[in-house]
Every structure is written in structure tokens, then in C-alpha cells.
Design a protein around this ligand. Structure first.
Ligand code: AMP
Length: 395
């Protein structure tokens, strides 16, 4: 894997694709700078080794040039995070931009305007990619969040940097972490899949069955499995058209020697609300009018045992409706178990949308080995797909 270490950036201009698609409030202030912080290490490494950095990113989903999506709004935040005054140019291709880029001195940082002001970006337009490529000597992709897209700046552009392209520190870490779980893992390997639906995780489950020793199922998708096995799930969320698939997964798991752990009890509620009446019941005996919204105490105990026996853990998706305090316990306790296992040397990777929100909300982000920054990109890697942004660098 080609990384920053393979290049000498002295007097070179690094053209870096970052993911600065950050949330802004009504006053156009950055409300969460996590993604800017995540790119810092790559940018600083380039500057400290004598190079200059030209940063390109998208922000939001503009239709053409829309001021509200201008990256000018984030210049002060990027300056603050990097500790280096960031220059800004109000376009990302063309003569003016090329001139500003040419005059950039070692140690300086230039932020380009939103790539998606040009529809060519998302179309993966080759001419547009070539125009971008004129701005730098070495191309670095550090945007994991968009690595699953074959856009001009994330993949196509790499063609113009033969021998002069590499992964940024963030992207390299993401690839290494997922590889550590899927291919170079210490056994036993446990995958925990929660969240709302079987349908959104099915390809992930099928792909990882060959890689894991234990599969733990939680969250809303539990009930499709339970109903498929003949249990009563009351009013719990269920995808009836996926029941056959659920049984097939269980059979495949058995054939491959994967132990499947499904909740045995749940916290059932009489309505989908934080102030609902609740009762703990067996997972397959949920009364009509009640719905399972979190895992129960026996399940928490069972899961804790499995987590603490595992040497590699992948966690995607909450075990219950963690957004409501009354149904957050299962997810919090799972976080505690993973924290404990991690302290005892287990490698733990959390990723994919809502589980990241959950680990941040409950303070587990620093307690697991790695929290992935790219929801969609991570899921596609777990599905076994080759991501265009990664392939373009490897080519
Ligand atoms: P996902 O994006 O597929 O990871 O799903 C995450 C969502 O699943 C969260 O918003 C949770 O509130 C929801 N969820 C988890 N458990 C349940 C459940 N038992 N019933 C309904 N929704 C759930």
C-alpha cells in the first residue's frame, strides 16, 4: 500500500482529496469538525516534510453554484484545526486556480471551492479530473467517506498521477482496520450486527460469514429471525419478505461453523415512545400490542460472555432504539463489554452509520480500537466490494 512515507514532499504540491463534508448551522458555522480533524495528520505530514497542500472536497449536495454550500464557510475552522492560515480560492479548476496553486509556497495550504459546483465531479468526468490534476504534483486520497464513489476527484483523477499517488493517513488506517477484521484477524472473530433491518445488512452478513467465528444479531432485525423460526413477536418491527432469507442465513452459518447469537429476551414496550410502559419478556413470546425495543438482561449477559471471549470484534448497528433512553441499555452495556474486551487486548472496530453515533453519544469512541469515519464506504467494504477510490490508487 503506497502511503505518504513513500514520497519526498520537499517543494512539492500535494493535491489532497479530503472529506470536509461537515455539518453547518444557520450561521454557516461548522458544528462538528471531526472530519477536518481526521484529515489533519495527512496535511501536517505534507507540510512538515517541506511540501504545500491543496485541499479539495465537496460539501452537501449543491445543484450548480450555491453560495450556501461554499467551502469559504469552513476556512476559519480548517485554519483553527490545522493551526495554519488556510488560503481559499473561489473555484476548483481553471486559470485563476492554476495561478494561485503555482504560487503556493512550501508550508502553505490552499482550499479549493466545492467540487460539486461542477456536475462533472459526480459524473466522474475525465476532462474535469484532468483539469484538477494540473494543480498538484502528487495526488493523495484521504477521503474514506467518498471512497465508494467513482467521482472525478476520488477515483478518475488518479489516472493522471501514475507513480505519484498514495493513500492519506486516514484512508490507510481505515483500510488497515477493516483488513485486520476481515483478512488478518486474530481468532475468535465476532461480528455484531444490529440496527433496524435485515435488508440493509444482508450482503454484509453473507460476505462476513466466511470470515467470522461468531455472529451476533441484535436490534430490529432480530424479529425477522424470531418470526421466521415460529416465535411470536407482537408488534415488533419485522420484514416478512425477508424471513426465508433469515432462515437461509442461519443454515449457511451452521454449514460454515459460525455460531449465531440471537437475543433470548427483550424489553418490550406498549408503544414506540420513551415513556411507554415496558416489560421484559422472552424474545419469542412477545404479547400482541407490545414491541421489542431493546435486548433484555439475560441477552446482555450472554452477549458479554461472547464479546469477552473474542479477539477481534466488528460492531455495526445498535442493539435497540438507543436514541430513547428507556431502550438504550443494551447498546450501552454492549459498549461496556467491548470496552472491557479491548482493554484486555481485543481489536475492536466500530463502523457504519448509527453505531458510530451511538459510540460517540455514550462516550465509547476512545475506548474501542478504531471508529470508522465512512458509513457507506465501510459497509461496501464489508460487503466485499472493491471501492473505486481505493482501486484507483492501487492501480
Ligand atoms: P441501522 O441504520 O440499520 O444501523 O439502524 C439503526 C436504527 O435501528 C436506529 O435508529 C435504532 O433506533 C433502530 N432500531 C434498533 N433496534 C430497534 C428495534 N428493536 N425496533 C425498531 N428500531 C430499532
Amino acid at each position: 500500500m503506497t502511503t505518504l512515507k513513500d514520497f519526498n514532499f520537499q517543494n512539492k504540491k500535494a493535491l489532497i482529496r479530503v472529506d470536509f463534508n461537515v455539518p453547518l448551522n444557520e450561521a454557516f458555522e461548522v458544528t462538528d469538525a471531526t472530519r477536518i480533524q481526521a484529515a489533519k495528520s495527512t496535511i501536517i505530514d505534507v507540510l512538515e516534510s517541506g511540501g504545500s497542500a491543496i485541499l479539495m472536497s465537496h460539501l452537501g449536495r449543491p445543484k450548480g453554484v450555491e453560495e450556501q454550500f461554499s467551502l469559504k464557510h469552513i476556512v476559519s475552522k480548517v485554519t483553527e484545526v490545522l493551526g495554519v492560515q488556510v488560503k481559499f480560492v473561489d473555484d476548483c479548476v481553471g486559470e485563476t486556480v492554476e495561478e494561485v496553486a503555482t504560487n503556493l509556497q512550501p508550508g502553505e495550504v490552499l482550499l479549493l471551492e466545492n467540487l460539486r459546483f461542477y456536475s462533472e465531479e459526480k459524473k466522474g468526468d475525465k476532462d474535469f479530473a484532468e483539469k484538477l490534476s494540473k494543480l498538484g504534483d502528487i495526488y493523495i486520497n484521504d477521503a474514506f467517506g467518498t471512497a465508494h464513489r467513482a467521482h472525478a476527484s476520488t477515483a478518475i483523477i488518479a489516472e493522471f498521477f501514475s507513480g505519484n499517488k498514495c493513500f492519506g493517513n486516514l484512508l490507510a488506517k481505515e483500510i488497515e482496520s477493516i483488513d485486520k477484521v476481515l483478512n488478518n484477524s486474530e481468532k475468535p472473530v465476532l461480528a455484531i450486527l444490529g440496527g433496524a433491518k435485515v435488508s440493509s445488512k444482508i450482503t454484509v452478513i453473507e460476505n462476513i460469514l466466511d470470515k467470522v467465528d461468531h455472529l451476533m444479531i441484535g436490534g430490529g432485525m432480530t424479529f425477522t429471525f424470531i418470526k421466521a423460526q415460529g416465535g411470536s413477536i407482537g408488534d415488533s418491527i419485522c420484514e416478512d419478505d425477508k424471513m426465508e432469507l433469515a432462515l437461509d442465513i442461519l443454515m449457511q452459518a451452521k454449514a460454515k461453523g459460525v455460531q449465531v447469537h440471537i437475543p433470548v429476551d427483550v424489553v418490550a414496550a406498549n408503544k414506540f415512545s420513551n415513556d411507554a410502559e415496558t416489560q421484559v419478556v422472552e424474545v419469542s413470546k412477545i404479547p400482541d400490542g407490545w414491541q421489542g425495543l431493546d435486548v433484555g438482561p439475560k441477552t446482555i449477559e450472554n452477549f458479554d460472555t461472547v464479546v469477552n471471549q473474542s479477539k477481534t470484534i466488528l460492531w455495526n448497528g445498535p442493539l435497540g432504539v438507543f436514541e430513547m433512553e428507556s431502550f438504550s441499555k443494551g447498546t450501552i452495556e454492549l459498549g461496556n463489554s467491548i470496552d472491557n474486551a479491548t482493554q484486555n487486548g481485543t481489536f475492536s472496530l466500530v463502523g457504519g452509520g448509527d453505531s458510530v453515533a451511538a459510540v460517540k453519544q455514550f462516550g465509547f469512541a476512545d475506548k474501542v480500537s478504531y471508529v470508522s469515519t465512512g458509513g457507506g464506504a465501510m459497509l461496501e467494504m464489508l460487503e466485499g466490494k472493491t471501492l473505486p477510490g481505493i482501486e484507483a490508487i492501487l492501480k
